[in-house]
Design a protein around this ligand. Structure first.
Ligand code: SF4
Length: 340
């Protein structure tokens, strides 16, 4: 079985080659910023100790094996979905977003099992290591600049918390991504609210709300922690005040499910006056799942009403939706095409 390294393993390998902390940081900076490729420099530099210089070609080769782009799918909106193959042949999706953003995957599959999501259909297949998460950033940067990383691809980052926090720490330090441009996305696991404030890099937080009704939320997100929408917003508000940037509340708009007037009242009750913004994303229909996308006019009307009632609302399209957008759909399509 192939052993997949974490960032700690990579650091240990560098130390075994004689790297001091400053060398380790230097090598990881060059890698995570994809500088060897963009500037023509390699990881090997004259000031590094000889044993390290000699060991670096093999180290570099191991980094290159972590992940590679299996296929790229440009969307009409300027996004580009990448199907990324990992060393053991598993695949994850990354999405290059318009305006220098990148969406990364933190798990293969997902245990939360949201009813409207393709990724959750087969449960959790395996965790993505911290090094593999950073490798997604490196692959993206080999194609274009990245200034923002959102953890909204496949998986629930809270269920792979150590790896995600390790990747966030590296991205927010030597990886040169501003802390509030790192967006941790969660269905609202209590561990998130404990751990995030303690890290040296405090990311922004996106919370998947999807409905203001506790019972409906239990149905739609069957294995999410049993926090009520009120408890979720309360915990989010505390974190937002602590770090000084707003919570992004996520709402996948499902036709006839969570787009009624009662939900609008619920949203106003929950979010009016809170330090947050509501991102409404009309669902991207897929033949395999029974949900429908509401019309753009209806979605725009909902956003207008919420604005009028004092809730900062942004209506967004799921990036790359013309190329099997929505988490897990590209991977699902590729497996189907393979007949697997
Ligand atoms: Fe998991 Fe996110 Fe899909 Fe829910 S929407 S099943 S949390 S990947």
């Amino acid at each position: 079985m192939i052993s997949i390294p974490s960032l700690s393993d990579l650091r240990e390998q560098l130390r075994a080659l004689g790297a001091l902390p400053k060398h380790e940081q230097r090598v990881l900076r060059l890698w995570s910023q994809a500088l060897p490729q963009t500037s023509g420099k390699r990881l090997i530099e004259d000031f590094l100790p000889r044993s390290l210089r000699e060991g670096l070609p093999a180290f570099e080769a191991a980094l290159a094996q972590l992940a590679r782009v299996q296929s790229a799918h440009p969307g009409e909106d300027g996004s580009q979905r990448l199907l990324v193959a990992l060393a053991d042949g598993m695949t994850v999706e990354s999405v290059l977003l318009p305006r220098d953003g990148l969406c990364v995957s933190s798990q293969i599959g997902c245990a939360v099992g949201c009813q409207f999501c393709m990724t959750g259909r087969d449960g959790l297949l395996r965790q993505v290591s911290s090094a593999e998460i950073v490798a997604q950033l490196v692959l993206a940067r080999q194609r274009r600049p990245v200034k923002k990383v959102v953890f909204m691809g496949m998986g629930e980052p809270a269920h792979n918390l150590d790896a995600v926090m390790e990747a966030i720490e590296l991205m927010g330090t030597v990886g040169n991504i501003g802390h509030k441009n790192l967006v941790f996305s969660s269905v609202g696991d209590p561990r998130v609210f404990e751990r995030l404030p303690q890290g040296p890099v405090k990311p922004a937080l996106a919370l998947s709300l999807h409905t203001s009704k506790a019972a409906l939320r239990e149905q739609l997100l069957p294995r999410a922690p049993r926090l009520t929408p009120e408890e979720l917003v309360e915990a989010g508000e505390r974190y937002a005040r602590q770090v000084g940037y707003p919570i992004q509340y996520q709402w996948t708009l499902l036709d006839g499910v969570n787009d009624g007037e009662d939900e609008l009242d619920g949203i106003v009750r929950l979010l009016k006056g809170k330090y947050g913004v509501l991102n409404m994303i009309p669902y991207n229909s897929v033949p395999e799942l029974p949900f429908q996308r509401p019309s753009w006019e209806r979605a725009a009307e909902i956003a207008r009403q919420l604005h009028r009632r004092g809730v900062l609302t942004k209506l967004r399209n799921s990036a790359g939706q013309d190329v099997d957008g929505g988490c897990g759909q590209l991977r699902a399509r590729s497996l189907a095409d393979d007949g697997s």
